[in-house]
Design a protein around this ligand. Structure first.
Ligand code: ADP
Ligand code: ZN
Ligand code: ZN
Length: 669
């Protein structure tokens, strides 16, 4: 009897053997097909990974598989290598990884019937390609002139510098060569414009999109079009990085720095990193584009030790003639009393826009940073004495804790440097901004744009329309507004309270702040109206703002990388985070302590295990969370440590309600 080895969506590091029903003969071309198999008392969908000649289990114990699903081509070879890489790198069970990359509709026993009526695709007017600027031509030539094979490019250019046009040219070239192109974007909600633009340029390429807002049926349909090669361009969010593409010839990752490329539950992968692996594995070109690249990518393109890993290409100018970069100015908020968080200069600037019928954006960095203690008198901040991170204030038990290394101390009564008794958490938010603006400018139409007011893509599009139509005067928003849209009447951006990110315990906060401010500045004044950006800050001399005023990302990145290197933070170290949550913090911490007490840890000299840290806020109600950081200067050393260590951690007897997971390359602390 023939044996089929099947990957199933179960949290075990193994496959399952089944007998092939009599009358069926499978060949190696069936490896990669979906099957329905009995599992426990139910049936499950799995993927054939092998046709072994023998099993470790007695044949008499093997069950017979129920059905071989031949509705789709078998998954291609490189999809196997991709999922194998992810399982190994992110320390996740391979079967779970494999099945999780399939659209839900294709891994269900009883998929809902697809509606027969396909959405009629309105074909947009075909758009002619513009003449390239000199800079675009140089960048493009560097890519098209390279020898075939794997090459990674970092395309750096401010918003409007014409990066997308370069992507479109590369896509055109891939299509002409009979290849498929994969274009990844951080959030499809925010980029319907891009979808239109690609469709207008390539009306016959069977463009499909893949993202989580599609119905199950639509996602299956698009995924299938990709696998069958009918779709030549695939535009998608992070999950699209796993789409099987038999003729893949080009990958583009737009806004490559965006944290949305990181999956935050299940297998916590970085779609950008997976994309780079995929390109290398297939021997094709990948372009990472951004106005503010991640420091990881920037180091890969510029650090002398890694130089050559990525090729840096720069677009310095805006592509459209006469489009100037906005002027950025700092407003020193130490010099005047703010009116409900707003400076006189900003209020005046808004008033001017109202008088001229232009739009203003009041940009609020509303991210809830863990509070760090600061002294306004002398500038002292609560730093960790053991590492370069800032200490986080835990009000509940009056402690300061390092979320990096686990160090903790009592909250001081007064400033350790100058004795000032009035020390408090840095950067309290301005929640009432909308009301304050309404009271101040009763005649203005104010529109709040954030995740709550633009939950669905429809709501978002309606808002964008409203802004375009000039039906709003003052926009109040978070970084959501910063992405992917041109608002021709928007000429003023005021950034409120950005300082909190400068001294956050999360040492990536400055990188994110710079990216957001650059991006939001890119919104102001395109085409013929000059834009102005006003930054309200208590630290106008801070190098981050100084670089921002000059639109000088390279200077900012160089300074940040130097700090990171001195502190031993990524990209100069590789990290993984073990997190545990349980009804009682003590249980979570006990589990982490048990994990930390792995006797073999000593044999991994390149790997550092820090102390477990209780987190301030439990993520879910009734659960308290702790975490434990693992760090190494060598990626390989970290990987081999994790593989062995997790076998030990898996075997720890934990309370039944305790949950834990490991995240490789964590972005948040
Ligand atoms: P980015 O992706 O860097 O933000 P885009 O490619 O979207 O930049 O270009 C910004 C604007 O400039 C768009 O309106 C685009 O149509 C236009 N554009 C891009 N390249 C050219 C060009 N070579 N000539 C004229 N306009 C261009
Ligand atoms: Zn002080
Ligand atoms: Zn520390």
């Amino acid at each position: 009897m023939q044996i089929a080895r099947v990957a199933l969506d179960v949290p075990l590091h193994r496959f399952f053997d089944y007998l092939v029903p009599v009358g069926e003969a499978l060949s190696t071309t069936d490896i990669g097909r979906r099957v329905r198999v009995p599992f426990g008392r139910r049936s499950k969908i799995g993927v054939i990974v092998d046709l072994p000649s023998s099993s470790d289990h007695p044949l008499a114990q093997l069950k017979v598989l129920e059905e071989i699903l031949r509705d789709l081509p078998a998954l291609p070879d490189d999809w196997f290598r991709l999922t194998e890489f992810c399982a190994a790198y992110y320390q996740a069970p391979l079967g779970e990884v494999m099945l999780s990359t399939l659209p839900a509709g294709l891994r269900r026993i009883d998929p809902p019937k697809a509606r027969t009526s396909q959405r009629a695709v309105k074909s947009p007017p075909v758009q002619e390609a513009p003449e390239l600027t000199d800079e675009q031509r140089v960048a493009l030539a560097a890519i098209t002139g390279a020898a075939p094979g794997f090459n990674a490019y970092l395309l750096h250019g401010v918003t409007g510098s014409g990066k997308t046009e370069v992507y479109l040219r590369l896509i055109a070239r891939a299509l002409a060569a009979g290849q498929q192109a994969l274009l990844l974007v951080p959030e499809i909600n925010l980029t319907p414009q891009l979808e239109k633009r690609v469709a207008a340029r390539f009306p016959d390429a069977g463009l499909v999109s893949l993202h989580s807002e599609l119905t199950e049926a639509a996602r299956s349909r698009n995924w299938r079009a990709a696998l069958e090669g009918r779709a030549r361009i695939i535009l998608g969010t992070r999950l699209a990085v796993f789409t099987p593409l038999p003729e893949l010839g080009l990958i583009v990752v737009d806004e490559e720095h965006d944290p949305s490329f990181k999956q935050q539950d299940g297998m916590r992968y970085s779609a950008r990193d997976v994309a780079v692996f995929r390109a290398r594995e297939r021997g094709i070109q990948i372009v990472l584009g951004s106005a503010t690249p991640s420091l990881e990518s920037w180091a890969n393109a510029t650090d002398s030790r890694t130089r050559g890993r990525y090729t840096l290409l720069t677009l310095y100018q805006r592509a459209v003639e006469n489009a100037r970069l906005p002027t950025v100015q700092r407003i020193d908020t130490r010099l005047e009393k703010l009116q409900d968080g707003l400076s006189g200069a900003l209020l005046m600037a808004i008033e001017k826009r109202l008088a001229r019928g232009e739009q203003s954006l009041v940009f609020l960095n509303r991210r809830g940073y863990a509070p760090v203690l600061a002294c306004a008198a002398c500038g002292w901040i609560s730093r960790c004495t053991r590492c370069a991170a800032n200490l986080v204030l835990h009000l509940a038990d009056g402690r300061l804790r390092c979320h990096h290394c686990g160090f903790e101390s009592r909250v001081p009564k007064n400033c350790p440097t100058c004795g000032n008794q009035d020390i408090h958490p840095f950067g309290r938010g301005t929640q009432r901004l909308e009301e304050v603006l309404a009271a101040r400018f009763p005649q203005a139409r104010i529109l709040r744009v954030d995740r709550d007011s633009a939950k669905s893509r429809k709501q978002w599009e309606a808002m964008v329309e409203k802004i375009h139509a000039g039906e709003a005067d003052i926009l109040v928003g978070t970084q959501m507004l910063a992405k992917g849209h041109d608002f021709p009447k928007l000429t003023l951006v005021g950034a409120i309270g950005p300082d909190a990110a400068l001294f956050a315990a999360d040492w990536r906060a400055a990188e994110r702040l710079f990216a957001q401010l650059m991006q939001v500045a890119g919104r102001a004044g395109r085409a013929d109206l000059a834009g102005e950006v006003l930054i309200q800050t208590q630290f106008p001399e801070h190098p981050l703002y100084a670089a921002l005023v000059r639109h000088d990302y390279p200077a900012f990145a160089a300074a940040q990388l130097k700090e990171r290197e001195q502190a031993g933070f990524p990209p100069y170290a590789y990290q993984a985070m073990l997190r545990a949550e349980a009804p009682k913090m003590a249980e979570a911490l006990a589990f982490l302590a048990a994990a930390r007490a792995w006797p073999q840890a000593e044999t991994h000299q390149d790997v550092m295990l820090y102390d477990p840290v209780p987190m301030r806020l439990a993520r879910r109600a009734n659960f308290e969370r702790g975490q434990l950081l693992v760090e190494s200067p060598s990626r390989r050393a970290l990987q081999s440590f994790l593989t062995e260590w997790l076998r030990f951690v898996d075997a720890i007897k934990a309370p039944s309600r305790l949950r834990w997971h490991l995240e490789v390359d964590p972005l948040e602390f």
